[in-house]
Design a protein around this ligand. Structure first.
Ligand code: ATP
Length: 359
């Protein structure tokens, strides 16, 4: 299994080193034969190649089984014409990664605002309000006069149906409940189209209960009764906001794994950013990127019908739980004192200690 590791900016190189350590243990223990290739993206690549992500890196990604992308500090990049491409947006666009899958669940030993939750937010990743990816040419955000700014929100039937299918398929393998989040009482046409398209795609999954909740109510319900939800599907910006809320409720961004998936390939990418306040200190939590990597391996295993890789993905998720359950595995954001390297080491040791072959 060839995996391309792109560390990125800020805390990226530190947490990527943690992922490398963990994957070395996983590959050995589960005989996955992982070939991990590391390439620069972001400011390191800009300094070396004049561009934050080179064509050679995209080509290498296309030839790999999967990609692990660290956080990127796009606000510090020059304009695209001067090499400052947004690697995250470019990968999503080029590889048509239309589903951003963000699980949030409470874990033993991880201090959390919610007492119990286990949900997945499935966020449409290619449309909505994101001005840089909604147009064939030009930007979806523009200023006709200095005192008037407009942003266009794009919702298509095809885009809504495919995210609906992905979310319903996920719900079918979990607790069989799908919540569609919209603002269809106000955005009657666009969110009406989103809801109807998701509903019709989701009806193909037998026995999945479907409900619609308005986004403002959802912001409250996530706080009040998060245990009520299983899979939540929503448009791009609502998903961005609600998934950060859910991540905070479940223990914070340091444990918020995330996968960007299309039909043919997927990219592991933690939900958090490059956390410049922590960069270079060795204190960042590697768990979010490790959990994202577990999601990637599980996604590849499902695509390829590879039971061994599926067992390894589950083992990795359990190893993170086990490491976080002991004080020595918790970083500062979780009230512990472990360094990034120590937290990764605790996950690697948990992998070594656990039985192999249990999916
Ligand atoms: P972006 O705009 O790229 O999402 P941001 O600055 O808004 O970035 P993050 O970089 O995600 O937000 O981080 C917000 C804060 O959360 C950080 O400043 C940091 O304190 C904390 N944080 C994020 N990721 C981690 C992590 N892996 N480990 C520990 N703390 C983290």
């Amino acid at each position: 299994m060839k995996l391309l590791l792109l560390p990125g900016d800020g805390i990226g190189p530190e947490i990527a080193a943690g992922v490398e350590r963990v994957l070395e243990a996983l590959s050995r223990r589960h005989q996955l034969d992982i070939d991990l290739v590391r390439r620069p993206v972001g400011l390191e690549a800009l300094a070396a190649d004049g561009v934050t992500v080179s064509e050679a890196t995209f080509a290498e990604a296309a030839g790999a089984d999967g990609v692990i992308l660290g956080p990127v500090s796009t606000a510090d990049y020059p304009p695209p014409a001067e090499g400052g491409l947004n690697p995250s947006a470019e990968f999503r666009r080029r590889f048509d990664l239309y589903a951003n899958i963000r699980p949030s669940r409470t874990r033993s030993g991880v201090p959390a605002l919610a007492s119990s939750m286990d949900l997945v937010i499935v966020r449409e990743n290619t449309e909505g309000f994101y001005a840089d990816r909604t147009m064939h040419q030009g930007s979806g955000e523009f200023m006709p006069t200095p005192d008037l700014a407009l942003a266009i929100r794009k919702i298509t039937r095809q885009g809504s149906e495919r995210i609906g299918r992905a979310a319903a398929g996920l719900a079918a393998g979990r607790r069989r409940k799908l919540t569609i989040v919209t603002k269809s009482n106000v955005l009657k046409m666009s969110d009406g189209l989103f809801r109807n398209a998701v509903q019709s795609a989701a009806r193909d999954e037998a026995d999945v209960e479907i409900e619609e909740v308005l986004v403002d109510a959802m912001a409250s319900l996530l706080v009040r009764e998060p245990e009520r939800f299983d899979v939540i599907v929503t448009s791009n910006m609502f998903g961005d906001i609600l998934s950060n809320e859910a991540a905070e409720l479940a223990g914070g961004l340091g444990v918020a794994g995330s996968l960007n998936a299309g039909d043919a390939c997927a990219i592991a990418q933690a939900a958090h950013g490059s956390a410049p306040d922590l960069a270079g200190r060795g204190q960042a939590n590697p768990s979010a990127l490790v959990l994202s990597t577990a999601m990637l391996i599980g996604w590849l295993a499902q695509r390829d019908g590879d039971e061994g890789a599926m067992a390894a993905a589950h083992a990795l998720e359990r190893a993170v739980d086990s490491a976080l359950g002991a004080p020595g595995g918790r970083t500062v954001d979780l009230g512990g004192s472990a360094s990034t390297a120590e937290a990764a080491e605790a996950i690697a040791r948990a992998l070594d200690a656990a039985p192999v072959g249990v999916a």
